[in-house]
Design a protein around this ligand. Sequence first.
Ligand code: E4P
Length: 218
Amino acid sequence: MKFFIDTANLDEIQEAYDLGVLDGVTTNPSLMAKEGITGQDNILAHYKKICDIVDNNVSAEVIATDYETMMKEAHVLAKIDDKIVVKVPMIKDGIKTIKALSSEGIRTNCTLIFNAGQALLAAKAGASYVSPFIGRLDDISVDGLQLIEQIVHIYGNYPELQTEVLAASVRHNMHLIHCAEIGADVATCPLKVITGLLKHPLTDSGLAQFLADHSKGN
Ligand code: E4P
């Protein structure tokens, strides 16, 4: 399973990368705004900084919602670095954009997926990744993990579909563990969810005991 970090914060990306387990980064317009990154030039420069930290898979989202402008934006984003994956929303023109970009060999991440039909359509269009938002489904009392299970099952029926299931809007460690059990290809989550995997109170108390016992004998 690949781990992506879901942030535009360079320090957090560096920290996750330094841990040695990071496979990519996802951003969205809200995450960029949260870091105070505004204006076309600053946004493109920020994506480049992210690409300079990680080895691959940096999702950069288009802002337009019509086919022609999305294609123009996608080409600008894809030129930043080979590591860029163009993130395109699940709308009609988004599907056309994904199909065209996929024919050009530009990788895409179809975002804002909330049901299996959308995931199937994005895969048919040739998306490299689909991003079902499990936390946002949970927020409206719909089981987000069940959607991941359904998409993994459907894609499994058709091995010719190359699209990877990228579980997004992951809010806590159990989301991540369940995604791994289900067989999601990727999970993108905040740094605290990745570092949260380190934690267990018995690890802390066990280590404290080991070190205390060692110091008694020395
Ligand atoms: C995915 O690519 C999105 O950026 C993200 O996972 C959304 O998460 P949120 O629902 O916590 O905003």
